[in-house]
Design a protein around this ligand. Sequence first.
Ligand code: IMP
Length: 202
Amino acid sequence: MLKILIATNNPHKAAELAQILPRLTAGGRAIEYLSLADFPAVPAPEETGLTLEENALIKAKAGRAATGLISIADDTGLLVDALDGAPGVHSGRYAYPDRTDYPANNEKLLKELKNISLEKRTARFKTVAAIILPDGQTATTEGIVEGKIAAEYSGTNGFGYDPLFIVTSLGKTMAQLTMEEKNKISHRALAFARMAEIIKKL
Ligand code: IMP
């Protein structure tokens, strides 16, 4: 049985990936997906990278170093055109430099976009997924979803910026989607669909 570590400390991401990955890789070699909840002593690495790709690799490498398992991780950013791509790689610590506070991040985003009309509030979620292969080689894939930043909150599902992110193709916020629906179209689902092709070849 192939064992793969999902190297995330974020319970929302872990729940999404626990649904996404087994489906995408089912039918091939039997795979057991473990999470960092199975290794509580593993410390979270500092996300010091300057890009989503660097941070995804930092997290996957830390998981690999701590467990010796094939490790996968993701780093995600919200890129808002009117803010020149911010908060981008700083999406987690947008409001405060030392911690992640979802409501404060959303309030800061609304404030920064206060005078920007809806048609100019275009944005995208971008996920970079990283894997450390059995021989230590690395690979990354990405997934992008296009949308707009709403002027008010809608929906209570999901996490982070989901209540403000209107998915262009659906006309609803990410937070108005069930996890099932989000996992069909999300940036994370797209990045890991591409990652599944790599996993299937292991
Ligand atoms: P991370 O560095 O990949 O953990 O993600 C940075 C931040 O992006 C998180 O703290 C969330 O605020 C936000 N984020 C990541 N993924 C999602 C998502 O699927 N929906 C909404 N916000 C997200």
